[in-house]
Design a protein around this ligand. Structure first.
Ligand code: HEM
Length: 508
């Protein structure tokens, strides 16, 4: 009993001391640096509850901006984090002074689970510059943003359309067929092949990334406290996610081994081959970033960043098509007039399909799948607008603050593709249109994503009329509101009625 009493005493004393030292640490930090204003925070927990105060992340973000201004500090767990809102502040920091803010902060727990802090998304400095350059050059070589890739995307578009045909006008969820379609485009680029639509390995891959993104959340402690992975048991669900990630890593390792075994320098077919070729050129004894570990992490990053984002955007698009028949028929009429119904729309048609493209831009703007961008960090201690911020501190660009700013868009809450069409009928792209973010660390896959969005969505409307399930209506209030790694719609059903009998004549 005495021992228990003594034990408890030691425990509470240790906890008291811990809180005391942490308070001193934070207090010193606050006095040493001049951080932007923000709400009072609780040691260790920080202001996480501020962000979790509403299930719709946009609500606390807008409230905080209104109260503390365009640049404010929130403690996410124990880490002070600077939020940057509004286009002026974003332009000043991430465009004009982009080089100074191009690092990533210390690797977060989800990233440790995903890519072990390697890959492309979480790295900084020379490693990031070299990997980004290598990935961009290599993907361009395999057709990124050019017509070379178009054929491969069109193959996936046709499979996607026939997959939807198989639902036979019955209600279905768009996420599954589109995830397979865009996931397979990344597969073509990365390992030169694609998965069958019902391949169980592909389902495991997509389910793993899906769970991962739903698990990551802006206000959650797990996202900002890597130390939590050492807590016994699985209170935070870390082990469950880690296991799913491990299955994906094992599968990717198998793909890499297969490529290593059949590698032929004269026949570089895909990203894995190109990386292996670079690995062979590097001095084996030297400290190099061209290792199998980095390759596996980059592949994880490309699948995660390139699949869920694009498929969530197409799923949002299918919601607006099915719930706004007026907009859907205007897109269809445009496609019918400019492309016809006997062949699929191609990238060459894009310049003529102004309203279709404006629709896609409006989906990207209003649905803002990345409410906040990935965190950045200053490469050295910096001053911004009278604040003194240390190297490595987490800086979060608030993309939604720009894409929903009434001063920019007038009526940001309305879904109105015409806002991107000029009086002369040409496409308008305001500087504030930043769904892929901006500056030096903008989305590496933007041109691929925009190509996929155009080819998948225009073909979908050309081939099918989308509508709610019989006797039902689709309302934004019922579907809006899944906030994790992306802002996704809650699952909803739609029907696709083929126009083929009367309109389209090509075969899929
Ligand atoms: C609608 C689709 C997409 C959206 C809205 C989107 C948006 C974004 C955003 C907001 C960022 C963070 C930028 C920052 O660091 O501040 C990002 C980064 C990134 N995206 Fe995308 N993305 C999309 C599709 C893709 C695709 C298809 C790929 C595939 C190649 C991709 C690859 C990446 C990579 C690798 C990064 C990290 C870049 C770096 O750290 O240097 N994304 N994306």
């Amino acid at each position: 009993m005495a021992l228990l009493y003594f034990g408890l005493d030691v425990l509470s004393m240790s906890l008291g001391l811990l809180v005391f030292f942490l308070a001193i640490l934070f207090f010193r930090r606050r006095t040493h640096w001049i951080l932007p204003p923000g709400p009072a925070w609780i040691p260790l927990v920080g202001n996480s509850r501020e962000l979790m105060s509403d299930p719709d992340l946009r609500i606390p973000l807008r409230r905080l901006q209104k109260k503390y201004g365009d640049i404010y500090t929130l403690y996410l767990g124990p880490r002070p984090t600077i939020f940057v809102c509004g286009f002026d502040a974003i332009r000043e920091i991430f465009i004009k002074r982009g080089i100074e803010f191009s690092d990533r902060p210390a690797v977060s727990l989800p990233m440790i689970l995903l890519n072990g802090g390697k890959g492309i998304v979480s790295v900084s400095g020379d490693i990031w510059k070299n990997q980004r350059k290598f990935i961009l050059v290599t993907l361009r070589h395999f057709g990124l943003g050019r017509s070379k890739l178009e054929d491969k995307i069109q193959t996936e578009v046709k499979l996607f359309l026939s997959e939807i045909d198989n639902f036979n006008q019955k209600p279905f969820k768009m996420m599954t067929p589109i995830q397979t379609g865009v996931g397979n485009v990344i597969s073509h680029l990365v390992f030169g092949g694609h998965f069958n639509h019902n391949d169980p390995r592909f389902k495991v891959l997509m389910d793993g990334f899906d769970s991962f993104l739903r698990y990551v959340s802006a206000g959650s402690l797990v996202t900002f406290m890597p130390i939590l992975r050492f807590v016994p048991g699985d209170f935070f669900g870390i082990k469950k996610i880690a296991n799913k990630m491990q299955v994906i890593k094992d599968f990717i390792s198998e793909l890499i081994e297969e490529h290593m075994n059949k590698f032929n320098e004269g026949n570089i077919d895909d990203f894995i081959d190109a990386f292996i070729s670079e690995m062979k050129k590097q001095d084996v004894g030297k400290n190099t970033i061209f290792t199998k570990d980095y390759l596996a992490s980059i592949i994880m990053d490309l699948f995660l960043a390139g699949t869920e984002t694009t498929s969530t955007t197409v799923t949002w698009a299918s919601f607006y098509l099915a719930s706004r028949p007026d907009i859907q028929s205007r897109i269809f009429e445009e496609i019918k007039a400019m492309v016809g119904t006997e062949r699929l729309p191609s990238m060459q048609d894009k310049q003529n399909l102004v309203y279709t493209e404006a629709f896609i831009m409006e989906v990207l703007r209003l649905c803002t799948i990345a409410i906040i961008s990935a965190s950045h960090a200053p490469v050295s201690d910096v001053w911004i607008r009278g604040f003194h911020i240390p190297k490595g501190m987490q800086i979060v660009p608030d993309i939604n603050s720009v894409l929903s700013d009434p001063a920019v868009w007038g009526d940001p809450e309305n879904f109105r593709p015409e806002r991107f069409v000029s009086e002369e009928g040409t496409l308008v792209k305001p500087d504030e249109f930043i769904p892929f973010f901006t500056g030096r660390r903008n989305c590496l896959g933007e041109s691929l994503a925009r190509m996929e969005l155009f080819l998948f969505i225009s073909a979908l409307v050309q081939r099918f009329e989308l509508m709610p399930p019989q006797g039902e209506t689709l309302d934004i209030k019922d579907v809006d509101g899944l906030f994790g790694g992306t802002h996704a719609p809650k699952p909803f059903y739609i029907r696709a009625i083929s126009r083929q009998a009367k309109e389209t004549t090509y075969n899929v």
